[in-house]
Design a protein around this ligand. Sequence first.
Ligand SMILES: NC(=O)c1ccc[n+]([C@@H]2O[C@H](COP(=O)([O-])OP(=O)(O)OC[C@H]3O[C@@H](n4cnc5c(N)ncnc54)[C@H](O)[C@@H]3O)[C@@H](O)[C@H]2O)c1
Length: 369
Amino acid sequence: MLSSRSLFRAATPFIRAQRTYATSVASFNGKKNANGNYTVTMIEGDGIGIEISEAVKDIYKAAKVPIEWEPVDVTPILVDGKTTIPKVAVDSVRKNLVALKGPLATPVGKGHVSLNLTLRRTFNLFANVRPCKSIVGYKTPYDGVDTVLIRENTEGEYSGIEHVVVPGVVQSIKLITKEASERVLRYAFEYARSINKTKILAVHKASIMKVSDGLFLSTAKELAKEYPDLTLETELIDSTCLRLVTDPAPYKDYVMVMPNLYGDILSDLSSGLIGGLGLTPSGNMGDEVSIFEAVHGSAPDIAGKGLANPTALLLSSVMMLRHMGLNDHAVKIENAVLSTIASGKENRTGDLKGTASTKHFTEQVISRL
Ligand SMILES: NC(=O)c1ccc[n+]([C@@H]2O[C@H](COP(=O)([O-])OP(=O)(O)OC[C@H]3O[C@@H](n4cnc5c(N)ncnc54)[C@H](O)[C@@H]3O)[C@@H](O)[C@H]2O)c1
């Protein structure tokens, strides 16, 4: 058995890293360049990442968005045995304060740390915001889904602290700190205010993980006292899953906030309610920089075939525009994307039971700008 001292040693760098974070709420402080444009780092990513990034760039050019893309390669390098992002890429994101990112493939069961995790840790991206809204004109079993889920993005089951205790017995540590919990919870309370929602739902499993999820929950209850205009409710993760797939409508009143793994699973579940992963955007928020990305992965089964749906990355970029204060451009692009999807099967990609290629979909969006 590992002693509590060696467990503490394993978790220490993590706890130290958490302490470097401030608790102020992420906001964009970028400035326009000499051409009157913002420079945004573009990480095209793997698999369909290349095709869907191309679609975004074409649409932004046609919509005359005041953005210049700075493409960077994040192929990891090993420094002292640690997965590390090349300095050029890190410097670009730190300079521009905002990035749009395609999916990055993570080999399963191989030794290195996920590059997505490395990015989140490198830039202290502590909250992952995942909205999920039904698209009018694209029928799914549920109408009117409108959920927002905020996932803790830096620790929990993703702390990466795993050991072989003895052959055949392994241990994986779920690390929860008060500091990281408070930071993501505070973001959720502030985010709710900013979008005029009055209820926060902290999703947990403190009935079983009494200490770890218990800390998350007690932190939420403490913090709620600072927000008398908002109501905090709590719900067990299994109940949330059941109730969401039975009737998602009541969840439109809430901003949901939860530890890392629950957020990963529940956001894919929510994607399923509105038509799948091709539609759901996200924003990874940090105090200094923010990285916006689709919820889906690199889709190796359709990569390079011109079939990918660029909507999730486009809607992620729309979240990015709003974060940057470019609201008019956000509305214009969002409306063009949504009306293209609603316009019929021939303009929708295969994941939405349509026949359109990525290129055809992109041209249709441009024609509706
Ligand atoms: N944030 C990220 O970068 C991220 C997220 C999830 C998975 N991944 C990585 O992506 C790789 C593939 O993962 P996976 O296959 O489990 O999940 P995936 O999301 O790549 O694909 C799941 C299914 O959804 C379909 N799909 C996903 N996005 C689509 C789109 N935009 N248009 C049309 N169809 C789409 C795929 O074709 C596939 O059938 C893995 O290496 C995984 O680690 C990366």
